[in-house]
Design a protein. Structure first.
Ligand SMILES: [Zn+2]
Ligand SMILES: [Zn+2]
Length: 304
Protein backbone atom coordinates (compact mmCIF):
# COMPACT_ATOMS: atom_id res chain seq x y z
CA UNK A 1 0.00 0.00 0.00
CA UNK A 2 1.32 3.45 -0.87
CA UNK A 3 1.38 5.88 1.99
CA UNK A 4 0.23 9.34 1.06
CA UNK A 5 2.20 12.19 2.46
CA UNK A 6 1.33 14.95 4.74
CA UNK A 7 0.34 18.08 2.80
CA UNK A 8 2.14 20.53 5.03
CA UNK A 9 5.45 18.72 4.85
CA UNK A 10 4.93 18.41 1.12
CA UNK A 11 4.73 22.13 0.77
CA UNK A 12 7.99 22.48 2.59
CA UNK A 13 9.69 19.97 0.29
CA UNK A 14 8.14 21.40 -2.81
CA UNK A 15 9.29 24.86 -1.88
CA UNK A 16 12.88 23.75 -1.40
CA UNK A 17 12.65 21.85 -4.70
CA UNK A 18 11.53 25.00 -6.38
CA UNK A 19 14.57 26.84 -5.06
CA UNK A 20 16.80 24.14 -6.58
CA UNK A 21 15.04 24.44 -9.91
CA UNK A 22 15.27 28.20 -10.05
CA UNK A 23 18.97 28.14 -9.23
CA UNK A 24 19.65 25.68 -12.00
CA UNK A 25 17.51 27.25 -14.70
CA UNK A 26 19.56 26.69 -17.83
CA UNK A 27 19.36 28.40 -21.17
CA UNK A 28 16.32 27.43 -23.14
CA UNK A 29 17.22 27.40 -26.77
CA UNK A 30 15.00 27.06 -29.82
CA UNK A 31 16.26 23.52 -30.15
CA UNK A 32 14.40 22.50 -27.02
CA UNK A 33 11.29 21.38 -28.85
CA UNK A 34 13.20 19.31 -31.36
CA UNK A 35 15.22 17.76 -28.57
CA UNK A 36 12.11 16.96 -26.53
CA UNK A 37 10.08 15.36 -29.26
CA UNK A 38 13.02 13.17 -30.32
CA UNK A 39 13.55 11.67 -26.91
CA UNK A 40 9.98 11.18 -25.81
CA UNK A 41 8.88 9.07 -28.72
CA UNK A 42 7.87 5.69 -27.28
CA UNK A 43 6.86 6.88 -23.88
CA UNK A 44 3.41 8.29 -24.47
CA UNK A 45 1.72 5.26 -23.01
CA UNK A 46 3.01 6.21 -19.60
CA UNK A 47 1.68 9.75 -19.68
CA UNK A 48 -0.11 10.82 -16.58
CA UNK A 49 -2.93 13.34 -16.64
CA UNK A 50 -2.02 16.96 -17.22
CA UNK A 51 -2.16 18.87 -13.98
CA UNK A 52 -2.52 22.54 -13.34
CA UNK A 53 0.38 22.75 -10.95
CA UNK A 54 3.89 21.40 -11.35
CA UNK A 55 4.58 18.17 -9.51
CA UNK A 56 8.00 19.35 -8.39
CA UNK A 57 7.62 23.04 -7.50
CA UNK A 58 3.86 23.40 -7.17
CA UNK A 59 3.71 26.41 -9.47
CA UNK A 60 1.09 26.71 -12.14
CA UNK A 61 2.13 25.18 -15.47
CA UNK A 62 1.89 27.77 -18.21
CA UNK A 63 3.80 25.94 -20.94
CA UNK A 64 3.28 22.21 -21.31
CA UNK A 65 6.47 20.22 -21.84
CA UNK A 66 5.88 17.54 -24.50
CA UNK A 67 5.87 14.15 -22.79
CA UNK A 68 6.08 15.62 -19.29
CA UNK A 69 2.74 17.29 -18.56
CA UNK A 70 3.35 17.02 -14.79
CA UNK A 71 6.32 19.39 -14.84
CA UNK A 72 6.72 23.09 -15.49
CA UNK A 73 9.31 24.15 -18.03
CA UNK A 74 11.66 25.44 -15.32
CA UNK A 75 11.68 22.13 -13.44
CA UNK A 76 11.96 20.14 -16.64
CA UNK A 77 14.86 22.27 -17.82
CA UNK A 78 16.67 21.73 -14.52
CA UNK A 79 16.81 17.94 -14.97
CA UNK A 80 20.54 17.05 -15.15
CA UNK A 81 20.31 14.60 -18.08
CA UNK A 82 23.50 12.68 -18.75
CA UNK A 83 23.94 13.42 -22.42
CA UNK A 84 27.60 12.64 -22.81
CA UNK A 85 28.83 9.98 -20.35
CA UNK A 86 32.52 10.32 -19.52
CA UNK A 87 32.96 6.70 -18.43
CA UNK A 88 32.15 4.19 -21.20
CA UNK A 89 31.69 1.40 -18.63
CA UNK A 90 29.42 2.78 -15.95
CA UNK A 91 28.06 5.85 -17.77
CA UNK A 92 29.28 8.33 -15.18
CA UNK A 93 29.09 11.95 -16.23
CA UNK A 94 32.31 12.93 -14.43
CA UNK A 95 35.77 11.37 -14.33
CA UNK A 96 35.55 7.81 -13.05
CA UNK A 97 38.45 6.14 -11.24
CA UNK A 98 36.29 3.11 -10.32
CA UNK A 99 36.14 1.41 -13.70
CA UNK A 100 39.82 1.82 -14.52
CA UNK A 101 40.81 0.27 -11.18
CA UNK A 102 42.37 -3.17 -11.61
CA UNK A 103 42.44 -5.94 -9.05
CA UNK A 104 40.10 -8.83 -8.61
CA UNK A 105 36.86 -6.86 -8.67
CA UNK A 106 34.22 -8.77 -10.59
CA UNK A 107 32.30 -6.74 -13.15
CA UNK A 108 29.84 -9.00 -14.91
CA UNK A 109 27.85 -6.01 -16.15
CA UNK A 110 28.68 -5.20 -19.78
CA UNK A 111 27.97 -1.52 -19.25
CA UNK A 112 25.64 0.82 -17.43
CA UNK A 113 23.87 3.97 -18.53
CA UNK A 114 21.82 6.34 -16.41
CA UNK A 115 19.33 9.03 -17.33
CA UNK A 116 20.34 11.74 -14.89
CA UNK A 117 23.11 12.83 -12.55
CA UNK A 118 22.06 12.29 -8.95
CA UNK A 119 22.10 15.88 -7.76
CA UNK A 120 20.21 17.41 -4.84
CA UNK A 121 17.00 17.95 -6.80
CA UNK A 122 16.98 14.42 -8.19
CA UNK A 123 17.70 13.04 -4.72
CA UNK A 124 14.63 14.85 -3.49
CA UNK A 125 12.41 13.61 -6.33
CA UNK A 126 13.43 10.04 -5.61
CA UNK A 127 12.95 10.46 -1.86
CA UNK A 128 9.46 11.86 -2.35
CA UNK A 129 8.60 8.87 -4.47
CA UNK A 130 10.42 6.09 -2.67
CA UNK A 131 10.06 6.97 0.98
CA UNK A 132 7.10 9.32 1.01
CA UNK A 133 4.95 7.38 -1.42
CA UNK A 134 4.43 10.36 -3.74
CA UNK A 135 2.94 8.16 -6.42
CA UNK A 136 2.78 10.80 -9.15
CA UNK A 137 6.56 10.59 -9.52
CA UNK A 138 6.33 6.96 -10.59
CA UNK A 139 5.25 7.65 -14.17
CA UNK A 140 7.59 10.63 -14.58
CA UNK A 141 10.65 8.72 -13.43
CA UNK A 142 9.69 5.64 -15.47
CA UNK A 143 9.35 7.78 -18.57
CA UNK A 144 12.77 9.29 -17.95
CA UNK A 145 14.34 5.82 -18.33
CA UNK A 146 13.84 6.07 -22.08
CA UNK A 147 16.58 8.67 -22.27
CA UNK A 148 19.30 6.40 -20.88
CA UNK A 149 18.16 3.58 -23.10
CA UNK A 150 18.32 5.78 -26.20
CA UNK A 151 21.80 6.86 -25.12
CA UNK A 152 22.94 3.26 -24.78
CA UNK A 153 21.47 2.23 -28.12
CA UNK A 154 23.01 5.22 -29.84
CA UNK A 155 26.44 4.42 -28.45
CA UNK A 156 26.16 0.77 -29.41
CA UNK A 157 24.77 1.64 -32.85
CA UNK A 158 21.61 -0.38 -32.28
CA UNK A 159 18.17 -0.23 -33.80
CA UNK A 160 14.93 -1.93 -32.86
CA UNK A 161 14.52 -4.22 -29.89
CA UNK A 162 17.97 -5.27 -28.78
CA UNK A 163 17.26 -6.89 -25.44
CA UNK A 164 15.50 -10.18 -24.87
CA UNK A 165 13.93 -8.97 -21.64
CA UNK A 166 14.10 -6.41 -18.86
CA UNK A 167 14.51 -7.28 -15.19
CA UNK A 168 15.16 -5.28 -12.02
CA UNK A 169 16.98 -5.22 -8.70
CA UNK A 170 14.62 -6.72 -6.12
CA UNK A 171 13.69 -5.44 -2.68
CA UNK A 172 13.80 -7.70 0.34
CA UNK A 173 10.42 -8.93 1.49
CA UNK A 174 10.74 -6.73 4.53
CA UNK A 175 11.26 -3.55 2.49
CA UNK A 176 8.52 -4.56 0.13
CA UNK A 177 6.21 -4.96 3.09
CA UNK A 178 7.05 -1.46 4.32
CA UNK A 179 6.89 0.29 0.96
CA UNK A 180 4.31 -1.70 -0.95
CA UNK A 181 6.09 -1.23 -4.24
CA UNK A 182 9.54 -1.65 -5.74
CA UNK A 183 10.68 1.54 -7.43
CA UNK A 184 13.16 -0.45 -9.57
CA UNK A 185 10.30 -2.55 -10.94
CA UNK A 186 8.29 0.56 -11.81
CA UNK A 187 11.33 2.05 -13.56
CA UNK A 188 11.88 -1.26 -15.38
CA UNK A 189 8.34 -1.00 -16.69
CA UNK A 190 9.29 2.32 -18.30
CA UNK A 191 12.47 0.80 -19.73
CA UNK A 192 10.54 -2.19 -21.13
CA UNK A 193 8.18 0.14 -22.90
CA UNK A 194 10.95 2.36 -24.25
CA UNK A 195 13.05 -0.63 -25.35
CA UNK A 196 10.28 -2.37 -27.25
CA UNK A 197 9.49 -2.24 -30.89
CA UNK A 198 6.44 -0.98 -32.80
CA UNK A 199 4.52 -0.15 -29.64
CA UNK A 200 5.18 -3.52 -28.01
CA UNK A 201 6.97 -3.62 -24.66
CA UNK A 202 9.91 -5.88 -23.99
CA UNK A 203 9.07 -8.74 -21.61
CA UNK A 204 9.47 -7.66 -17.98
CA UNK A 205 10.72 -10.55 -15.86
CA UNK A 206 10.89 -10.93 -12.11
CA UNK A 207 14.00 -13.07 -11.79
CA UNK A 208 15.78 -12.16 -8.57
CA UNK A 209 15.22 -12.15 -4.84
CA UNK A 210 17.09 -10.24 -2.17
CA UNK A 211 17.72 -12.76 0.54
CA UNK A 212 19.83 -10.70 2.90
CA UNK A 213 19.89 -7.14 4.16
CA UNK A 214 23.08 -5.16 3.75
CA UNK A 215 22.39 -2.30 6.12
CA UNK A 216 22.89 1.31 5.12
CA UNK A 217 25.21 1.19 2.12
CA UNK A 218 25.82 4.91 1.99
CA UNK A 219 28.07 4.82 5.07
CA UNK A 220 30.30 2.10 3.69
CA UNK A 221 33.50 2.40 1.70
CA UNK A 222 33.58 1.08 -1.82
CA UNK A 223 35.39 -2.11 -0.80
CA UNK A 224 33.07 -2.71 2.13
CA UNK A 225 30.11 -2.39 -0.20
CA UNK A 226 31.53 -4.82 -2.72
CA UNK A 227 32.25 -7.37 0.01
CA UNK A 228 28.91 -6.96 1.71
CA UNK A 229 27.03 -7.81 -1.49
CA UNK A 230 28.15 -11.45 -1.49
CA UNK A 231 25.18 -13.78 -1.27
CA UNK A 232 22.66 -10.94 -1.09
CA UNK A 233 20.80 -11.89 -4.28
CA UNK A 234 19.50 -15.21 -5.53
CA UNK A 235 17.64 -16.31 -8.62
CA UNK A 236 13.96 -17.03 -7.98
CA UNK A 237 12.97 -20.68 -8.42
CA UNK A 238 11.11 -19.95 -11.67
CA UNK A 239 13.89 -17.77 -13.16
CA UNK A 240 15.32 -20.46 -15.42
CA UNK A 241 11.87 -21.36 -16.71
CA UNK A 242 11.12 -17.72 -17.51
CA UNK A 243 14.43 -17.28 -19.29
CA UNK A 244 13.83 -20.52 -21.16
CA UNK A 245 10.52 -19.19 -22.42
CA UNK A 246 12.24 -16.01 -23.63
CA UNK A 247 14.79 -17.97 -25.63
CA UNK A 248 12.16 -20.14 -27.23
CA UNK A 249 9.62 -17.49 -28.01
CA UNK A 250 8.58 -17.38 -31.64
CA UNK A 251 10.09 -14.60 -33.69
CA UNK A 252 13.22 -14.27 -31.57
CA UNK A 253 15.87 -13.45 -34.13
CA UNK A 254 19.43 -13.39 -32.91
CA UNK A 255 21.88 -13.71 -35.75
CA UNK A 256 24.97 -12.31 -34.12
CA UNK A 257 25.31 -14.45 -31.04
CA UNK A 258 22.82 -17.24 -30.85
CA UNK A 259 24.08 -18.55 -27.56
CA UNK A 260 23.58 -15.28 -25.71
CA UNK A 261 20.68 -13.91 -23.70
CA UNK A 262 20.66 -10.13 -23.50
CA UNK A 263 19.05 -8.75 -20.37
CA UNK A 264 18.57 -5.19 -19.28
CA UNK A 265 18.89 -4.87 -15.51
CA UNK A 266 17.21 -1.82 -13.96
CA UNK A 267 17.67 0.00 -10.65
CA UNK A 268 17.03 3.49 -9.34
CA UNK A 269 20.56 4.69 -8.56
CA UNK A 270 24.00 3.42 -9.55
CA UNK A 271 26.56 4.33 -6.92
CA UNK A 272 29.50 1.92 -6.85
CA UNK A 273 27.92 -0.66 -9.11
CA UNK A 274 28.17 -3.30 -6.37
CA UNK A 275 24.42 -4.00 -6.32
CA UNK A 276 24.09 -4.06 -10.10
CA UNK A 277 27.14 -6.30 -10.52
CA UNK A 278 25.99 -8.68 -7.80
CA UNK A 279 22.64 -9.04 -9.57
CA UNK A 280 24.32 -9.39 -12.96
CA UNK A 281 26.45 -12.25 -11.63
CA UNK A 282 23.35 -14.15 -10.47
CA UNK A 283 21.62 -13.54 -13.81
CA UNK A 284 24.66 -14.76 -15.71
CA UNK A 285 24.63 -17.90 -13.63
CA UNK A 286 20.96 -18.51 -14.46
CA UNK A 287 21.67 -18.08 -18.17
CA UNK A 288 24.65 -20.43 -17.91
CA UNK A 289 22.43 -23.10 -16.38
CA UNK A 290 20.44 -23.03 -19.62
CA UNK A 291 23.65 -23.29 -21.64
CA UNK A 292 23.52 -19.63 -22.66
CA UNK A 293 25.88 -16.77 -22.13
CA UNK A 294 24.20 -13.95 -20.19
CA UNK A 295 24.96 -10.45 -21.45
CA UNK A 296 23.71 -8.15 -18.74
CA UNK A 297 23.40 -4.42 -19.43
CA UNK A 298 22.61 -1.96 -16.65
CA UNK A 299 20.18 0.93 -16.79
CA UNK A 300 19.50 3.17 -13.84
CA UNK A 301 17.47 6.31 -13.40
CA UNK A 302 20.38 8.16 -11.76
CA UNK A 303 24.16 7.93 -11.55
CA UNK A 304 25.75 9.33 -8.41
ZN1 LIG B 1 8.11 23.26 -11.51
ZN1 LIG C 1 33.01 4.17 -14.58
Amino acid sequence: MIVRCNAERDNELEWSLHRNCADALPLLSGRLNQFLSGMLRPIHQLLARTGDSCLACGKRISVEVPGYPELCLTCYASIPWIIDPRCPVCGRHVGCPDCSRGGDIQRPLVMNRSSVAYNAAMRQWLALYKYRGHEAYSAVLARMMGRALEQMKKELGLRGAFFDAVTFVPLSEERWGERGFNQAEELARGAALAGGNRGRSLPLLHLLARVRHTGKQSFKSRNERLKSMQGVFQALPHAAEQLGRIILRPGRVRIDQEKGIRLLLVDDVYTTGSTMNACAAVLQHSCAELGYCGEIYGLTWARS
